[in-house]
Design a protein around this ligand. Structure first.
Ligand code: SF4
Length: 456
């Protein structure tokens, strides 16, 4: 069996499963957020009754992160619905934007878009917050009401996005009926060269198979090249499995996985035991690709979908209006460090927005120093508009007052993960997906630029 099949077999109580089997699996964690949480709660109450209790209060994780720092009243109301539900169900894992369980978040115009407008519990973008808060464990099943839930496959678990109806059912029963996906195999060899990042790896893979090339399939990443990829790198790659239509993305378990998970579970007092899955000799794959990491170059996915792969150096003719770094995929501390490495002591030529994925990342950037300056200050000095309000922000457009949203037709290079029309706002805008380094180099020149031009 493949890694995915092994986890699904265990979660269904079977010794063996194979692609195409329909099986009932037990959920380890159900995650929902402010966009889909209210709908999920509605389904749960409709199907299980107004006074029903969730199947296991310790396994439901609720993370408001999408439309948070906006004066849009409907978006604010969604977070209020989550807060009321958490109180009613007495759920321990709710990462609210405010500290008062009876309160209501209100936009403070004095702080504006840039200054912190959240309390001490807020955790930021769900997929980055889940591992930071100790909710991702090897060998487990994670369901989330968000397509990029697949990011947690970096931790050797089966993680996939589900709709509100399925999530309402899981909330009531802790189970879900699943078809076991076929597995596609991506064997990684070698090491990335300077100026090339994990984002380039996944853009390369999606370029090979197309934006629907992994539809309802598992994407398994393994091989000797994985050892040189950090957990952040693996998260970036697993995150974008869905951009090829993948059911999930999954990595092997190793010492890095163990160190990360053990530290995070201990730090947060979450469940610290888990059982990873290892590779079998008799895995059956429906597709095989070997990727020599050392041969990859800075890569861009052009408008209008993540499969439109080109090398950054082929696109120097494309003039840009905006650059954006942020999201679960591209807003991690390591992403900002590589971004800052290119921008240090220089000045951006176009509007450039920076949105850390979580408050912890804001803290990292405001405390880590290169010489006299914090990373945060280096980015401000380079002309980047940095917000402390960690969250999804303009990654998916959002209400019109969302920080970084494209409200007019423009071309943007972005470290995010999705570039279908309207994704970041205006229907006629164009989004070019790239690594944080490529975004930084392009911000400096105002056109798509290979970041190696700025590396000595
Ligand atoms: S940052 Fe973007 S991709 Fe990630 S969860 Fe938020 S909207 Fe989705």
């Amino acid at each position: 069996m493949t890694l995915t099949e092994k986890i699904l077999a265990r979660a269904s109580g079977k010794a063996q499963v194979q692609a195409g089997d329909n099986i009932w699996v037990k959920a380890d964690i159900l995650m929902t957020h402010d966009v889909c949480g209210p709908g999920t709660i509605g389904v749960f109450k409709r199907e299980f009754g107004k006074s029903a209790k969730v199947w296991d209060r310790n396994r439901v994780v609720i993370i408001p992160d999408h439309y948070i720092f906006t004066s849009d009243s409907k978006s604010n109301r969604n977070v209020d619905i989550l807060r009321d539900f958490v109180k009613e169900q007495n759920l321990p894992y709710f990462y609210d934007v405010i500290d008062d369980p009876d309160g209501h978040w209100v936009f403070d115009p004095k702080k504006g878009n840039l200054k912190r407008q959240y309390g001490s519990h807020y955790a930021g973008v769900c997929h980055t917050a889940l591992p930071q808060k100790g909710h991702t464990r090897p060998g487990e099943i994670l369901f989330g009401t968000d397509s990029h839930t697949c990011m947690a496959g970096a931790f050797n678990e089966f993680a996939t996005g589900i709709g509100n109806t399925d999530a309402g059912f899981v909330m009531g029963t802790g189970k879900l009926l699943l078809k076991v996906p076929d597995t596609m195999h991506f064997r990684l060899e070698g090491e990335l060269q300077s100026g090339v990042m994990a984002k380039d790896v996944i853009l390369h893979c999606i370029g090979e198979i197309g934006f629907d090339g992994a539809t309802y399939r598992a994407m398994q990443f393994d091989g000797p090249g994985v050892a040189s990829l950090s957990m952040d790198d693996r998260m970036t790659i697993a995150n974008m499995a869905i951009e090829a239509g993948g059911k999930n993305g999954i990595f092997e378990f190793d010492a890095q996985t163990k160190a990360f998970v053990d530290y995070r579970c201990k730090l947060n007092g979450t469940k610290s035991t888990y059982d990873p899955v290892e590779r079998d000799k008799n895995e059956k794959f429906v597709y095989d690709l070997t990727v020599d990491l050392s041969k990859l170059e800075p890569t861009v996915a052009c408008h209008p979908d993540p499969g439109q792969r080109k090398r950054a150096k082929e696109l120097a003719h494309i003039k840009l209006d905006r650059a954006y770094i942020g999201s679960c995929t591209g807003g991690k501390t390591s992403d900002f460090l590589e971004f800052a490495r290119i921008l240090q002591n220089k000045r951006v030529a176009i509007d450039t927005f920076g949105v850390p994925a979580t408050p912890e990342i804001v803290h990292d950037l405001q405390t880590a120093r290169w010489g006299e300056k914090t990373i945060w200050q280096i980015l401000l000095d380079a002309g980047v508009q940095m917000t402390e309000n960690a969250g999804c922000a303009a990654c998916l457009g959002g209400p019109v007052d969302t920080f970084g949203r494209m409200n007019t037709p423009m071309k943007c290079i972005s470290a995010t993960n999705r570039n279908f029309p309207r994704r970041m706002g205006h229907k006629d805008s164009q989004v070019f997906l790239a690594s944080p380094m490529t975004v930084a180099a392009s911000a400096l020149t105002g056109k798509i630029t290979d970041p190696r031009e700025f590396l000595s």
